[in-house]
Design a protein around this ligand. Structure first.
Ligand code: GAR
Length: 198
């Protein structure tokens, strides 16, 4: 039985890479990536999807707007629903989606965030943790709700901030933790080890 996932991302796609690598090496449980979607035409994540033989879709969006409008939302939903996704994974997707988007997917949508939520939601989370300064930060996978970075937490991975930590070194540590956490959460959702929220 296959568990169909669609990845949405806006940038370099290192987390999509981790998911696709896990899938290729049999570490993604029952999950199969059926498509990668991006709001950015030139996003490396789309080239990456093609390298792994996956279908890649650019969905045109107004570049300077934080939120998807109704037309953009429908364009994403059309592809997701046609491909009958069991789960949508936001992996570096930088647009804000609305309640209609989430409800249309019956809440089967997760997001990756580079901090230990509820600390440091929003943007620049790694830098904000470093400058606060906290001693421990990390990454979170959570269910998506209409409020930003506020849905129920599925799992987290912590990283320690050392006294000589730089933004570069901390970013590397947080991203490495993300690359382990996100594929593992997808695997556990695909096998039923983690239940979908009611
Ligand atoms: C990741 O660090 C992810 O946590 C973050 O964007 C990065 C995407 O990297 N997401 C957010 O900040 C969402 N609020 P990637 O394109 O290399 O996977």
């Amino acid at each position: 039985m296959s568990f169909r996932i669609i990845i949405l991302g806006s940038g370099r796609g290192s987390n999509a890479h981790a998911i696709l690598e896990a899938e290729a090496s049999g570490q993604l449980g029952e999950a199969t990536t059926v498509a990668v979607l991006s709001d950015k035409k030139e996003a490396p994540i789309l080239d990456l999807a093609k390298q792994f033989g996956k279908s890649a879709h650019y969905v045109p969006c107004r570049p300077k707007k934080a939120r998807l409008d109704a037309e953009e939302t429908e364009a994403f939903l059309k592809i997701i629903q046609e491909l009958e996704a069991d789960l949508v994974v936001l992996a570096g997707f930088m647009k804000i989606i609305d309640q209609h988007f989430i409800e249309s997917l019956d809440g089967k949508i997760i997001n990756l965030h580079p901090s230990l939520l509820p600390s440091f939601p929003g943007i620049n989370s790694i830098e904000n943790a470093l400058n606060f300064p906290v001693k421990i930060t990390g990454c979170t996978v959570h269910w998506v709700i209409p409020k930003i970075d506020a849905g129920k937490i599925i799992d987290q991975k912590a990283v320690t901030i050392e006294p000589d930590e730089t933004l570069e070194s901390l970013s590397e540590k947080v991203h490495s933790a993300e690359h382990l956490l996100l594929p593992d959460v997808i695997r556990r959702l695909s096998t039923g080890e983690i239940s979908f929220q009611k």
